[in-house]
Write a protein of this length. Structure first.
Ligand code: PLP
Ligand code: PLP
Lengths: 134, 417, 417, 134
């Protein structure tokens, strides 16, 4: 079966996320929720060093995306993150990998699953919300 | 097991012939054989329904009830004949007890807006169960907020059945005037004991509204034997077109209800100062109705009755037993809902795999299942899950399709192992 | 005259080709050529619409918005594309301003139940004209009786146009908060000056709802240029299927409106205690929508745009002029409605012959016209008639069909001479 | 054209009814109305001799039917009228003429026009109303 999206990176990161958790202390919080399916992700940001942690209740794609995002944005500025988000969204919509995205390219295959693109982008909306209104 | 099941199936129903009637079933999806296990969301349409609708548009169409010309008369006849058909189909006492709506959702809202805002009084309570579809919950919430009725929730047991102790409690103070409850859960597959529920409600001075959206597809429904006050269903789940649904209500209830939508065809007379209403059912059918779709629904009812509910029920039972046994064999899979009396709608969760991932990965194998909350968000909370995957069956479903589902799920298990 | 007319027609529109698209037009009625002059009640359907609907059911069907599988995704896409199409068709500012309903009647009732019961306050007035269809009168009467708004009637002139003196009076005390008015009368054929009406209402602090049921078929509509707040129409008059209608409303109005029907797809979240609503347009589309019919409407819009409104309008003008001239030549026949700006809907009465007898006798000649009150009972009173006969035209109408009508009427005159 | 229904008898009686009018004195009154088309008929009964007059606002079929009815019921008892009504309704539905109906058979042809049957039967409902509740 064509399961290219569910390659090891995605499945692995969803099952054993590296940035999961609800830190006791953080500066900003954002939430993304898809009421149609019940998926929800909370994102906690520590401004210093742009450390991001997430609590994900959802599918493998959303959880992996949240975790890969946390890794990718560490140390970056809000502007750099906004640019990265745009590139990421283009990639998950078009399926075209982009060298600047690094590990995030693991999610390029989501483009084949139109109804799942939102799963991949939800953590990024949550992060944007945190950075905008925190 | 499969061999046995299949022959049991084939005794009751000529599935090969039935499948020929559904052109879509021979489609491929992602290069794979299309396995449609989402009939509970909406059923596919047989050639007979498609042809009936095309025929109207090609050869016999005009607006109904209004014209004095041939096409209008013929079309009005074809439209009104379906009212007789629906009445016979659910054994209504009279054709005038059949109101055409868009879908089950509109039927329930119609009752909530009309009966709910006049016969029900602020302080009266409406009771629903924990396993209602949003269509049979949200309208009563809206009525509560607009009109001051109370909304009470009847518990279900862990196996997914109505908890009659909870029923007693909910009805104890005599305030419940309407029990609005499903005849079959779209998540758990449970049938509810509708005769008993009706008796229970009536003995306590309440009316009963049954949401037959799922049940009507699988079982012969007799609204008089049940003694239902209101009964609703949608055409599109019954192999008919979208855009057409049914509200059955006892004649004396309809008589007493004010209109819902205002416009053409629902009036007796109109002046600027005052209008008077037509008799039911026309009082509740404002504007140009879903003519083509109603005629399509008539063809769907003919189709289902041609197969016969005995055969349909037997086929469903075989499929359901086969599916339960097969899915129970899959490690890490848990079936949600274990009612004694249950039908061909099966929800499940898998350890470490989210329902959405299941649906997407099955889709890649050509297998269509639903995943999510199934428009029953509060029930998910009751069940302690955020979502489930769901396979649901139709008259065209093959035991082999359940085997394909099981094989697909095994593959998914390996990916997430 | 006929020759001239025809060539004028044929310059604009390839009628022969168009008629080929409508299979029903080659039917016979009572052994006679079928002459369909009742498009104002409901239009016939082109092959393209029939095929689009069959295609969905044969090859690409599942419930929308809910499935994570191929068929559901494809069907959702096909469904939502029509929202874009409708938005472009009437030049809405955004696709989210398009709500799908059953028909124009439901669209108006939706506004009356939601906007009417929240934004409008008891004591506010709704103004309608004397030439409204019941669909744009009865909902406002029901709102008046349920909510305490006032209902005011704007007079029309004897020629069948809006009387702006009456408008001034009706609006004088500043209480009118909503002007609900037709863009084209289904009895008189008059177009109303919608830009002027919108400006008039807005300058006086009122919103405007336009009933475009008749106009949308004949004219390019630009809701932004008109500055309409609400605009409604039905698919079945626009060569599309029954069971599908449209409500356009400005985004900020929809945003502020509470939901109409409760159920699946219109919620953001549901708990037993409280539900929150989805954003427009989904907030107003509860339950399984008319999927097949929406896709059919999309095909109808493509069809109409393929012909183009310039050609349609020119063709209609030629037909209307020809019809007015021809009918005026019939002794004892009186055309009702002489607006300057008028289109292909022509009502008439005949001395000593009741409209129903006209319709029946024309039907025997294969000619379908409407007769009666046309869902505009109060307008009949204003016009001093109890009923009229009405001929109405579509893109497929031929000048020869009007000649057939005239010949038929002459024969009737002889019977009653 | 097939206009058999609109034979001279019907057209003639509708144009020149013999029993039209609103008598100054009468015993019973009944009304029939078809809101869908605006047709209305008032029936006025003088018990003595069962004289019936009608005021008809409607089509030729309704008017002719009212007038033929008034002629046919003169001098009859309410029971006879009820029986006649049943025979008449059968004839206008089936198209089968019935010798006992006499002149009323002129309306048999209405059976071909399903939507017009009501026009023919409306005066009879009005008369029944008058006799029942007057
Ligand atoms: C002007 C006008 N408004 C409203 C309607 C109602 O349309 P529908 O019956 O499709 O809701 C009609 C058609 O009958 C109409 O002509
Ligand atoms: C039990 C139940 N009730 C109500 C509904 C609503 O049906 P519809 O969307 O056709 O109005 C559904 C289907 O989704 C259902 O399964």
């Amino acid at each position: 079966m064509n399961t290219s999206l569910y390659q090891n990176a995605v499945v692995e990161r969803s099952r054993h996320p590296r940035f999961a958790g609800h830190p006791a202390v953080f500066d900003l919080h954002g939430r993304g929720a898809n009421p149609l399916c019940g998926d929800a992700v909370d994102v906690f940001v520590t401004r210093e060093g742009m450390h991001v942690a997430h609590e994900s209740h959802g599918c493998a794609i959303m959880t992996a995306s949240a975790d890969l995002m946390a890794g990718a944005v560490a140390g970056k500025s809000p502007e750099e993150i906004a640019a990265l988000r745009r590139s990421f969204e283009t990639t998950v919509k078009t399926g075209r990998e982009n060298p600047e995205l690094g590990e995030l390219n693991a999610l390029a295959g989501v483009s084949e699953f139109a109804s799942r693109i939102r799963c991949a982008t939800l953590p990024w909306s949550a992060l944007a919300e945190a950075l905008d209104h925190g | 097991m499969v061999g046995e099941t299949m022959s049991a199936t084939l005794q009751h129903i000529d599935i090969a012939a039935i499948r020929e009637d559904f052109p879509i079933l021979s489609q491929q999806v992602h290069g794979k054989t299309f396995v449609y296990l989402d009939s509970g969301a909406s059923a596919q349409k047989p050639r007979q329904v498609i042809d009936a609708m095309s025929y109207v548009m090609e050869a016999q169409y005009a607006n109904v009830h209004r014209g004095l010309h041939y096409m209008s008369e013929k079309t009005s006849d074809a439209y009104e004949v379906v009212r007789d058909k629906v009445a016979a189909f659910i054994n209504a006492g009279s054709r005038d007890e059949i109101v055409f709506t868009r879908n089950a959702t509109e039927s329930i809202n119609l009752v909530a807006y009309t009966y709910g805002r006049t016969v029900l009084k602020p302080g009266d309570a409406v009771a629903v169960s924990q396993m209602e579809h949003h269509a049979n919950l949200v309208p009563w919430q809206m009525l509560r907020d607009a009109h001051g009725t109370e909304l009470r929730i009847i518990k279900i047991t862990d196996s997914g059945e109505i908890d009659f102790n909870s029923m007693e409690e909910v009805f104890a103070d005599g305030k419940v005037k309407l029990l609005a409850i499903t005849q079959m859960s779209n998540v758990l597959g449970s049938y509810t004991p509708v005769e008993r529920l009706a008796k229970f409600a009536h003995e306590r001075g309440a009316k009963i509204l049954l949401d037959g959206s799922q049940a009507i597809v699988h079982r012969k429904v007799d609204v008089q034997a049940i003694d239902a006050d209101f009964y609703v269903f949608s055409g599109h789940k019954l192999y008919g077109p979208t855009g057409i649904g049914v509200l059955y209500a006892k004649a004396e209830l309809l008589e007493a209800m004010p209109p819902f939508l205002g416009g053409g065809d629902m009036i007796a007379s109109v002046s600027y100062e005052k209008s008077t209403w037509a008799k039911p059912p026309h009082r509740f059918e404002a504007g140009t109705p879903a003519i083509i779709e109603t005629i399509g629904l008539g063809a769907a009812i003919d189709y289902v009755q041609g197969i016969g509910f005995e055969a349909i029920a037997a086929h469903e039972q075989v499929l359901t037993e086969h599916a339960l046994a097969t899915l129970d064999n899959i490690e890490g899979l848990r079936i949600i809902g274990r009612a004694q009396d249950r039908g061909g709608v099966i929800s499940f969760v898998m350890k470490d795999v989210h329902a959405h991932d299941i649906a997407t990965l099955l889709d890649r194998q050509g297998i269509a299942v639903r995943a999510g909350q199934h428009c029953a968000e509060p029930l998910m909370g009751r069940l302690g899950v955020t979502s489930t995957a769901r396979a649901s069956f139709g008259v065209y479903t093959l035991p082999e399709e359940i085997d394909a589902l099981a094989a697909g799920l095994q593959r998914i298990r390996k990916i997430f192992a």
